[in-house]
Design a protein around this ligand. Structure first.
Ligand SMILES: [Zn+2]
Length: 734
């Protein structure tokens, strides 16, 4: 469509007022930068005799309730069109109700299977939910109506989110060929330029020539930058969106959320509150405000290189473990990546998974356990998860790898590589923390569903089947394992630097590994097949035999379990989740009173990375009973990485073992953790801590703890005795 000259606009408007305009014309006036005329046009529609026109009119005037009401009327009329339902769905989508919107789109399609608008609507809902179906719906909409520019704009947006820049550019071109005012297509072109570190100005000038006050296109640019981890650049363009369109509340909210990701609090609060007060109350806005509010429940623990934000209820317990681990991580990665971070890293730990989830809103393929924004890491606390579900140690190594890689490449790195490297680093820290092959990965291997390395980003952003994100993490991680093994660890660092120079995956593979991407795919697939091909091929057989073993345990047929166990185990030794062979065999050994065999099978479980705290604690007890305190200590220290919370007994027990082994620093750490658990026997906990301090030669601290014990229980004889002893021992130290 051509742009209308002002005179023509007045004529259109006049006609609109007289005879009831086409809602499309009113929307076009708004989009093309004629807000006053658009306003009059929409007002004209609200006076129409037709409920559907009134609905569009109120919608344009942002009178949401009235618009909703008129759509209800319009869709109830006997001659109601499918389009009315589809447009009502679009309104609901805009007003944060995707569930009802999707329902209306489906009703519209049921009434008229050729309704393109409804398919566009479904695509928009799917795109926001990252459920991977958006492309399919868009294809259908294009088939039904080849003249719509918005289908190509949305396709371009999705392609760029998947980092398919060529497809994004060609779809944007198609949209512009259909409509001169395809502003969102121009925004995609601008984003492509920015992602390639070229100037976007020519595209912005084109956009401004159509409408200088269309903030949405800048917001779209910002959103793409965000999806490519460029949070600071995203802030710049959200600000630009607001500058040209101050009432664009969605951009205010997005700006606030983005600034939160950069570790700020005050400006995000102002921006989010502003959007909220102006009726922009989507889940992300509401939940982010709630999260900011909950920060008052957090303690901040700083030193020169780390900032820990921990909930007050668990800060004393978790901070010593996490701070120590962070320092180890910093030292390791500084050596490996040959760099230091520009400032302290901030790690936020959320005991409420919902709070953490708010941090990751709208971040596809990210955030199951932790997420990194530049030098800010947000993650679940172990207390947010079921015991055994989550290892905070491996999560921290993973997220911190992102911090280094994002910093080293100035946030210019494809998703697959930063995720793959982070997964690889977990395994490098401990073989038990490596990314084990899960059943869904085995199925994907069996069905040959791995992606070429050049297209691996797609598996994270637009999964084509539900498990594809998990499978893509595994693939990206094992690709980095493969590179490390075949070409050496330092190649991974070289590759990071090449990505930082904005080379594409095929270019980086060619340059740093010396082979074409297709050849790399071939070699990697052969390597992975060599490792897991047999397991994948026998997956169904394994599953059936495991089921039979579960039944055998239930029926107490322990001989059968022990007889069949080793063969089933050998078919898939990495499996340590629900109903694994290790635990089934251990149960049989235990029933038969064979402590030695039980210890052996549980040790194998431990070394495969099994992490159910109760199982590991059972192993520690067996090791202790067998006179192997060092093994028991090592086992319980693993539990500390998994579920150190709500377990006073773990810390007391581990403290006792360490104390008995004269490892006083470790004993102090564990006894302090026990005190932080708010134990029932407070005096006893303080007394144990005092003893450990005393043994370590820290008499001041010992005295402090013994006095704390006596404050709780003044008549506590052993504490009185220790105090006396402390006072009689000459010389003080700390
Ligand atoms: Zn990650």
């Amino acid at each position: 469509m051509k742009r209308l000259a002002p005179v023509a606009i007045c004529l259109v408007l006049f006609a609109a007022l007289e005879a009831g305009a086409d809602p499309g014309e009113c929307w076009k006036l708004r989009k093309d930068g004629h807000p006053a005329q658009a306003q009059s046009c929409f007002t004209g529609l609200t006076r129409s005799g037709d409920a559907y026109s009134r609905a569009e009119g109120f919608w344009g005037l942002e009178q949401w309730e009235q618009a909703n009401e008129q759509f209800r009327l319009a869709t109830q009329a006997p001659n109601s069109k499918a389009l009315y339902k589809a447009r009502w769905g679009m309104l609901l989508h805009e007003r944060f109700n995707d569930a009802d919107a999707a329902g209306l789109f489906r009703e519209a399609i049921a009434q008229d299977p050729t309704n393109a608008e409804a398919y566009v609507g479904l695509a928009m809902v799917s795109a926001d939910g990252f459920d991977g179906k958006a492309i399919q719906y868009l294809g259908k909409a294009m088939e039904l109506d080849a003249k719509r520019a918005d289908t190509h704009e949305l396709m371009a947006d999705l392609a760029l989110a998947n980092d398919d820049r060529d497809l994004a550019a060609s779809e944007a071109d198609k949209a512009m060929a259909l409509e001169n005012d395809a502003l969102d297509a121009m925004a995609i072109h601008a984003a492509i330029e920015l992602l390639a570190d070229r100037s976007p100005e020519a595209w912005f000038a084109k956009m401004q020539a159509v409408n200088a006050h269309y903030g949405e296109s800048y917001a779209r640019v910002a959103r793409q930058l965000e999806l490519h981890y460029r949070y600071e650049d995203a802030v710049t363009y959200y600000r630009k969106a607001i500058e040209v369109e101050p009432n664009l509340w969605a951009a205010h909210s997005a700006l606030g959320i983005d600034l939160m990701r950069l570790g700020q609090e005050e400006e995000p609060y102002r921006e989010l509150e502003l959007s909220y007060n102006n009726g922009y109350r989507d889940a992300a806005t509401v939940n982010s405000l709630r999260l900011l509010d909950s920060y008052k429940n957090f303690d901040t623990i700083r030193d020169s290189t780390t900032i820990l934000k921990l909930n007050k209820s668990e800060a004393a317990l978790l901070s010593p473990y996490m701070q120590t681990e962070l320092h180890t991580i910093l030292a390791t990665y500084e050596r490996k990546y040959q760099m230091k971070l520009p400032g302290p890293v901030q790690v936020e730990v959320y005991p409420n998974h919902e709070d953490f989830a708010v941090r990751t809103t709208g971040m596809p393929g990210l955030g199951a356990l932790g997420v990194t924004f530049g030098e800010v890491v947000a993650m679940d606390s172990p207390s947010a998860r079921k015991p055994g579900d989550f290892n905070w140690g491996s999560t921290l190594w993973h997220e911190m790898s992102h911090v280094f890689i994002l910093t080293a490449t100035n946030h210019r790195v494809p998703r697959w590589f930063t995720e793959g490297l982070a997964v690889h680093e977990e395994g490098a820290r401990s073989a038990e923390w490596r990314n084990r092959v899960t059943p869904e990965v085995l199925v994907a291997l069996r069905d040959k569903k791995l992606l070429p390395v050049g297209k691996l980003d797609r598996g994270f952003v637009s999964p084509e089947y539900p498990a594809q994100v998990v499978v893509s993490y595994f693939q990206a991680g094992t690709i980095c394992d493969f590179i490390g093994q075949k070409w050496g660890e330092e190649k991974l660092v070289d590759m990071a630097h090449s990505f930082g120079k904005l080379q594409t995956t095929p270019q980086v593979v060619q340059q740093d590994l010396g082979i074409a991407a297709e050849e790399f795919d071939r070699q990697y697939l052969a390597w992975i097949d060599h490792q897991y091909g047999t397991e994948a091929a026998h997956f169904n057989d394994w599953r059936e035999r495991l089921k039979a073993m579960v039944v055998a345990v239930q029926q107490k047929q322990y001989d059968t379990v022990l007889q069949q166990g080793p063969a089933v185990l050998a078919m898939y030794p990495e499996y340590v989740d629900d109903a694994n062979v290790y635990e089934l065999m251990a149960a049989a050994d235990r029933a038969r009173g064979d402590a030695k065999a039980e210890t052996a099978i549980l040790t194998a479980y431990e070394h495969q990375g099994g992490q159910m705290p109760e199982v590991l604690k059972r192993l520690a007890a067996l090791e202790e009973a067998a006179g192997q305190p060092a093994e028991a200590i090592a086992t319980l220290e693993r539990v500390n990485y998994i579920y150190p919370v709500k377990d006073e007994d773990l810390h007391r027990h581990l403290g006792d073992l360490l104390y008995a082994g004269k490892q006083y620093d470790g004993a102090i750490r564990e006894y302090r953790a026990r005190v932080a658990c708010n134990p029932v026997d407070k005096a006893g906990a303080q007394f144990n801590l005092a003893q450990a301090y005393f043994a370590a030669g820290q008499k001041d601290k010992a005295e402090e703890s013994v006095l704390a014990a006596l404050e709780t229980a003044p008549g506590y004889r052993p504490a009185q005795k220790l105090l006396l002893e402390l006072q009689q021992t000459p010389g003080k130290s700390n």
